[in-house]
Design a protein around this ligand. Structure first.
Ligand code: KIV
Length: 268
C-alpha cells in the first residue's frame, strides 16, 4: 500500500515539477474512489452547498455542514492529503473564531489542512491560523463566497491582474502552503506560478500551474446543467445513472428483478 501523503510530499512536487492532482469529495463512497485511484489531494469543498445540498451558492454552507461531510470523507481516506474549506463567515468575524473553527476541522473533522478564500484581506487570519500550526491553502482569483457582492461568476484578472498577483504573494508571505487560483486568464496564472515558491492549484486557470482541481461531480459528468468551458467531463455518470434506474424500474415492473440468484431460500 502506498503511504499517506504529507504536506512535504505536496511541496516537493513543485520543486520536482510534478503536477499535483486535486478533486473534491463530500462523502465516503466518492472519497474511497478518489483515494483508491491515487489522487494527491482530496478537497472537501464548500461547493457541496450546490452539488450535494442543492443551494444556489456556497454562502448557505455552515460549519456543521462542512464537519458532517468532512467526517464521512475522512473515514475513507487512506493515502490522499485531506483539505477542508472554511465556509462563509467561519473565518472573517473574529480571528479567535477563525482559529477555533479551523481547529475544529482539524481536531474533530480530521482534515490535514484548511482552505480560505481571499487575498490580502485574509492574510492576518492566515498568519494566525498557520501560527497555530494548522496548514492553510489560499484561494485567489474568483472567490465564490463573494457572490452576493459580485452579482455573478466572472473570469477575474483581465484588468486587475496586479491585485491578484499581490494577493497570491501576500498569502505566501502570510504562511499559506499552497494557493488555489480560480478562473483567471492562463497568462496570469502562469505569472503567479512563476513568482510563488508554494504550489498553485488551478481551476479555470489554464495549463501553467502546479496542479489542477475540479469538482468531482463535474468531471464525472454527474452534473446535468453546469458545463463551464474549463471543465472536462471524463464520464457521463448522470445519463448512465438515469439509464440504470430506468432499467431497474422496467425489471421490477416486468418481473425480471429479483431473479432466483437474488433471493434467499429456507434451504441453501
Ligand atoms: O469549493 C470548492 O469545490 C472549491 C474548488 C472548486 C476549488 O473551492
Amino acid at each position: 500500500m502506498d503511504k499517506k501523503l504529507t504536506i512535504r510530499d505536496i511541496l516537493k512536487k513543485k520543486e520536482q515539477r510534478e503536477k499535483i492532482t486535486v478533486l473534491t469529495a463530500y462523502d465516503y463512497t466518492f472519497a474511497s474512489l478518489l483515494d483508491d485511484a491515487g489522487i494527491d489531494i482530496i478537497l472537501v469543498g464548500d461547493s457541496l452547498g450546490m452539488v450535494v445540498l442543492g443551494h444556489e451558492s456556497t454562502v448557505y454552507v455552515t460549519m456543521s455542514d462542512m464537519l458532517h461531510h468532512l467526517k464521512a470523507v475522512k473515514r475513507a481516506v487512506k493515502k490522499s492529503y485531506l483539505v477542508c474549506d472554511m465556509p462563509f463567515l467561519s473565518y472573517k468575524v473574529t480571528i479567535e473564531e477563525a482559529i477555533k473553527n479551523a481547529g475544529e476541522l482539524i481536531q474533530s473533522g480530521g482534515a490535514n489542512a484548511v482552505k480560505i478564500e481571499g487575498g490580502k484581506e485574509v492574510c492576518e487570519i492566515v498568519k494566525r491560523i498557520t501560527g497555530c500550526e494548522i496548514p492553510v491553502m489560499g484561494h485567489v482569483g474568483l472567490n465564490p463566497q463573494k457572490i452576493l457582492k459580485m452579482g455573478g461568476y466572472f473570469v477575474q484578472g483581465k484588468d486587475n491582474s496586479k491585485n491578484i498577483i499581490e494577493d497570491a504573494l501576500a498569502l505566501e508571505e502570510a504562511g499559506a502552503f499552497s494557493v488555489v487560483v480560480e478562473c483567471v486568464p492562463e497568462e496570469l496564472a502562469e505569472e503567479i506560478t512563476e513568482k510563488l515558491k508554494i504550489p498553485t492549484i488551478g481551476i479555470g486557470a489554464g495549463r501553467y500551474v502546479d496542479g489542477q482541481v475540479l469538482v468531482v461531480n463535474d468531471m464525472l459528468g454527474l452534473n446535468k446543467e453546469f458545463k463551464p468551458k474549463f471543465v472536462k467531463a471524463y464520464s457521463d455518470f448522470y445519463s448512465r445513472g438515469v439509464k440504470a434506474v430506468k432499467s431497474y424500474i422496467q425489471d421490477v415492473k416486468e418481473h425480471r428483478f429479483p431473479l432466483d440468484d437474488n433471493v434467499y431460500h429456507k434451504k441453501s
